[in-house]
Design a protein around this ligand. Structure first.
Ligand code: C2O
Ligand code: CU
Length: 602
């Protein structure tokens, strides 16, 4: 085997090269995910959409800190490419496993499979999710991914529940993609409700009662539960709370434990995860209230209409309460009146309040080596695009006048040394951080970047909503950033430093750029968020808004951390199979891929 010879070569030279080996047809992956497109009954409606292992959400995956796991992803669709992304986990050690099409890998062609190698670093225990990174597929093609603690978690709880929030649209994924990229834009409609663990009663008009049902989250009295909330949503900011269960204690945000922080309601944007501790009622309290069921009420925020949906927190009656004294709520209908009065959006929700549980090596202002301002703005010219510092990047490369996406994934271009896509650091520095030729944001290992996201009123040539502002969940691949919070108006370092006084930023991977106002004038700065990032993990990483519609409309950026020497750890001959669309590392019915292992012993 080439790899054995290579390992020996490395050993003899004591060279700093990665040892690799390959797997063949006897290889057994740790988990198998199959992506298909099917017509399903969900929330009482029929919807043709993308599924993982036939369900919405897909199965929960549980992995351990410090381990290497192999997940085989089959693309069972016949007409669409796909990928899988492991949201919140940096695939630093296995560079082709991040699941970003046209950035870190060629997408998996129809009727092919790809083996993802995930290295789960220590100190990453927490709540994550996996999702397709192609088009609108992840509206339904996603599932929870839990990294379990090696030892006892720092908080005590009796049990845990995963609560995944998704949205329900009634158009097909392809319809949505085509409508939002049409010229002129064709409206795709607002979400018509949230799915809680895949369940809801649709407001689109129920035709199948058997699936029009509320999710039930079962608990026992007198216990402490860790609730893991995952916002696997598409376009709607979400506000939610439990009926007569106040004082949720936030203990984790995006895979990092926090000091406990009490809140009565949650707000979440797509891609965010939080764990909270919920103390359940005692037998006495249940008897007093006369109920074993309580609503979880979920509402849209920051959209033109408010959708309201429910799930049930249901107590198992381990108290043996007299049957006449307690009752259940129906799972096949909504309450006639909203049980909770959820407030309007709290701009800056939990900002400057969350604190890390353990010191996290926050870089001081003087350690910052470079600042990059991403001006986030919508541009309308019949078609709609989002521009970040004038870059409009989408894997929906329909029309080159809109998007700057290359024809080849950047990581592949790096390996094949296609100069057109090799980022030029100096050119980028001279151009506000983005290399004008490759449209990437290069950074050197060891840099400490301050990234400012600046909301700017939209420009319209077609006279549609000029000055429009939206709220965006911004997500970074390739490592967590220190979240510096945000504020209204134009960013200034004085305003930011003043807000930071006496606070301890937490490490996050998805935080909200709020709009603070619904609209302003075109080109006026309104609302900012800032991050600090230690550039540590070499690779090709995306930083993007996590609203799926906005991603398709170009609200994505590609960053290249490290130079070719840092990124290309494995010699080209070992990765040849990654370098062409449908190349040797993509298996199919007749071909078993020989796959390089980037990890030792994996
Ligand atoms: Cu969950 Cu690039 O995203
Ligand atoms: Cu957005």
């Amino acid at each position: 085997m080439l790899s054995t010879a290579f390992a020996l070569f490395c050993f003899l030279l004591a060279a700093d090269c990665l040892e690799t080996h390959v797997h063949g047809d006897l290889f057994v992956p740790d988990a198998i995910l199959r992506i298909s497109a099917q017509n399903i009954s969900i929330g009482g409606i029929q919807r043709y959409t993308t599924l993982v292992n036939g369900s919405v959400p897909g199965p929960e995956l549980r992995v351990s800190e410090g381990k290497v796991v192999w997940i085989r992803v089959y693309n069972d669709m016949t007409d669409r490419n796909t990928t899988m992304h492991w949201h919140g986990l940096a695939q630093a050690a296995s560079p082709f496993s991040d699941g970003t099409p046209l950035a870190s890998q060629w997408p998996i062609p129809p009727q092919h499979f790809f083996d993802y190698e995930l290295q789960i670093p220590n100190d990453t225990a927490g709540t994550y999710f996996y999702h397709s990174h192609v088009g609108f597929q992840s509206v339904s093609a996603s599932g929870s991914l839990i990294v379990e603690d090696r030892s006892n978690p720092p908080y005590k709880y009796d049990d845990e529940r995963t609560i995944t929030l998704q949205e329900l649209f009634n158009l097909t994924d392809v319809d949505v993609e085509q409508r939002i990229t049409a010229d002129p834009l064709l409206w795709f409609g607002e979400n018509n409700g949230f799915l809680v663990n895949g369940k809801t009663i649709s407001d689109y008009g129920v035709i199948d009662n058997s699936t029009a049902t509320l999710a039930v989250i079962e608990v026992d009295p007198g216990k402490t539960y860790r609730l893991r909330f995952i916002a696997a949503t598409a376009l709607s900011y979400t506000s939610f709370a439990f009926e007569s269960h106040d004082g949720l204690e936030v203990i984790e945000a995006d895979g990092h434990y926090t000091k406990p922080l009490s809140t009565d309601l949650m707000q979440m944007g797509s891609g965010q995860r939080f764990s909270v501790l919920l103390k359940t009622k005692s037998c006495d309290e249940l008897e007093q209230s006369g109920r074993l069921d309580y609503y979880l009420q979920v509402e849209t925020r920051e959209r033109s209409a408010v959708a309201t949906n429910y799930a049930l927190l249901r107590y198992r009656d381990t108290c043996n309460l007299p049957e006449s004294s307690v009752h259940h709520l129906p799972t096949d209908s909504y309450p006639s009146k909203k049980p909770i009065d959820l407030p309007p959006t709290i701009s800056g929700f939990l900002d400057y309040q969350l604190q890390p549980l353990v010191p996290n090596n926050f870089p001081t202002t003087s350690q910052v080596t470079r600042r990059i301002v991403l001006n986030v703005q919508q541009f309308e010219d019949g078609y709609y695009v989002w521009r970040d510092s004038n870059v409009s990047w989408s894997d929906a490369s329909i029309d080159s006048r809109r998007y700057t996406t290359p024809a080849t994934p950047y990581l592949v271009s790096l390996y094949t040394n296609q100069t057109a896509y090799l980022p030029k650091y100096d050119a980028a520095i001279a151009n506000g951080g983005v290399d004008p030729t490759t449209q990437t944001f290069p950074a050197k290992l060891g840099e400490v970047l301050e990234i400012v996201l600046q909301n700017i009123g939209s420009i319209s040539k077609t006279n549609v909503t000029p000055g429009l502002l939206e709220t965006h969940p911004w997500h970074a691949h390739g490592g967590h950033y220190y979240d510096l919070g945000g504020g209204p108006g134009a960013w200034s370092s004085e305003a930011m430093e003043a807000r930071l006084q006496g606070t301890l930023p937490v490490l996050r991977d998805t935080t909200m750029l709020f709009r603070y106002n619904e609209a302003t004038q075109p080109d006026v700065k309104s609302g900012w968020r800032a991050w600090r990032l230690r550039v540590q993990n070499p690779g090709v990483w995306m930083i993007h808004c996590h609203w799926l519609q906005h991603m398709i409309q170009g609200m994505q950026t590609v960053w290249v951390f490290g130079d070719a020497g840092d990124i290309l750890k494995v010699p080209r001959r070992e990765v040849e199979g990654f370098l062409t669309f449908g190349g040797d590392v993509y298996g199919n019915g007749t071909h078993v891929p020989e796959r390089v292992h980037f990890s030792e012993g994996g």
